[in-house]
Design a protein around this ligand. Structure first.
Ligand code: NAD
Ligand code: NAG
Ligand code: ZN
Ligand code: ZN
Length: 404
């Protein structure tokens, strides 16, 4: 009897809660949600906050309520669409944290209310890449910068007045609600503060993983980091954690030198201060070259320098920056014959679903600090300010609060 009463109480409570939610906005699963999104309508023009419709999640998809998002330089490249293919109107954004609102058919590992980080590359769990310990390049869900639709039906889940609005990197987090493939969602510790750990959904994990998982410096090695934005500074943090003896930061902006000290950078080099190619300057500083280098600029000249500045015999260079689509990497083959290695990585080789919950745990256990990467905060209505901060080089990461 007591059990019966209790169950009824819950049923009534659930009903009342559902009614309340419905009265406020339409957030019932299976229905279209109307919400605010920042739409990129034209290349390089300010995003426009508009009311859009977000369709329910389909097979293997989930709909997320985004609470915090931040801006990564990759968003800016595709918004400018100078060196990348233009695709508009589009909802950008890929570094974020949120809560599962509803799940589509076949989704068993996520449920409404789960705290999650969406990721721009996915993990289906079944392909050769997902089964390989060495790869995070899932056959089904790997990063695809030109695709603006969901893979289930080749259509968008966003629309306005019946007109489609394209997705970006399968995440489109500059919207109060978004639909993401469930394989691109990392379920994290429910106690993790999303306004902090949202930066682990791209930049910080990418930089740290590029060093720890790909460059893999041994204790006492020297590491050069090209580009001291959030990704590069996270790569420096990885070098510090690995016990590097020297961490040489390279950036065209002299003011980045001071900031970089907080991230373990021991020496700073500005290519503008030298007449020689920067790889020669670094070789002279390090008796023939650094042991490891990590490139985090997106500039192809810096990529070539990052490769050519590693020591022959054992040096390893890792490319992280996203180049323009027509950029070509040129170097002399002898640089390889002399036993230098060139690698590249997406998302620091982390598998989003398998590995990212553990990276969040590192933050929870205070082994990893993310606060120092967060330099600015804005409300969603002022999202264009976050673009200004990044374009002027003022910010590392600017947190955008969706309900402000
Ligand atoms: N591979 C991946 O998975 C992945 C993930 C996230 C970001 N990225 C890329 O990483 C790069 C860095 O992202 P971010 O958000 O830190 O950007 P950011 O703009 O904050 O930082 C880039 C830094 O590089 C410096 N820089 C530019 N050109 C340079 C040059 N020629 N030599 C030396 N320094 C130079 C800038 O002054 C700036 O400080 C971008 O290209 C971004 O698209 C790649
Ligand atoms: C250089 O970096 C400083 C400190 O991060 C920043 O305030 C400034 O705007 C940057 N300048 C350029 C040209 O990127
Ligand atoms: Zn990114
Ligand atoms: Zn896969």
């Amino acid at each position: 009897m007591a059990k019966y009463v209790l169950e009824n109480c819950f049923a009534v409570l659930a009903f009342l809660l559902a009614m309340k939610t419905k009265a406020r906005t339409t957030t019932m699963s299976g229905e279209v949600i109307r919400c605010k999104a920042a739409v990129a309508r034209e290349a390089g023009k300010p995003l426009v906050i508009e009311e859009v419709e977000v369709a329910p999640p389909q097979k293997m998809e989930v709909r997320l309520k985004i609470l915090f998002t931040s801006l990564c330089h990759t968003d800016v490249y595709f918004w400018e669409a100078k060196g990348q293919n233009p695709l508009f109107p589009r909802i950008l954004g890929h570094e974020a944290g949120g809560i599962v609102e509803s799940v589509g058919e076949g989704v068993t590992e996520l449920k409404p209310g789960d705290k999650v980080l969406p990721v721009f590359t996915g993990e289906c769990g079944e392909c050769r890449h997902c089964k390989s310990e060495d790869s995070n390049m899932c056959d089904l869900l790997r990063i695809n910068t030109d695709r603006g639709v969901m893979i289930n039906d080749g259509k968008t889940r966003f629309s306005k007045d019946g007109q489609p609005i394209y997705h970006f990197l399968g995440t489109s987090t500059f919207s109060e609600y978004t639909v993401v493939h469930s394989g691109c969602v990392a379920k994290i510790n429910p106690d993790a503060p999303l306004d902090k750990v949202c930066v682990l959904s791209c930049g910080i994990s990418t930089g740290m993983g590029a060093t720890l998982n790909v460059a893999k410096p041994k204790k006492g090695m020297s590491v050069a980091i090209f580009g001291l934005g959030a990704v590069g500074l996270a790569a420096a943090e990885g070098a510090r954690i690995a016990g590097a003896s020297r961490i040489i930061g390279i950036d065209l902006n002299a003011s980045r030198a001071n900031e970089a000290k907080k991230f373990g950078v021991t020496e700073f080099v500005n290519p503008k201060d030298h007449d020689k190619p920067i790889q020669e300057v670094i070789a002279a500083m390090t008796d023939g070259g650094v042991d490891r280098s990590v490139e985090c600029t997106g500039n192809v000249k810096a990529m070539i320098s990052a490769f050519e500045c590693v020591h022959d015999g054992w040096g390893v260079a890792v490319l992280v920056g996203v180049p323009n689509k027509d950029d070509e990497f040129k170097t002399l083959p002898i640089n390889f014959l002399n036993e230098r290695t060139l690698k590249g990585t997406f998302f620091g080789n982390y598998k989003p679903r398998t590995d990212i919950p553990g990276v969040v745990e590192k933050y929870m256990k205070k082994e990893l600090e993310v606060e120092k990467f967060i330099t600015h905060h804005v409300g969603f209505s002022e999202i264009n300010k976050a673009f200004d901060y990044m374009l002027k080089g003022e910010s590392l990461r600017c947190i955008i609060q969706m309900d402000a």
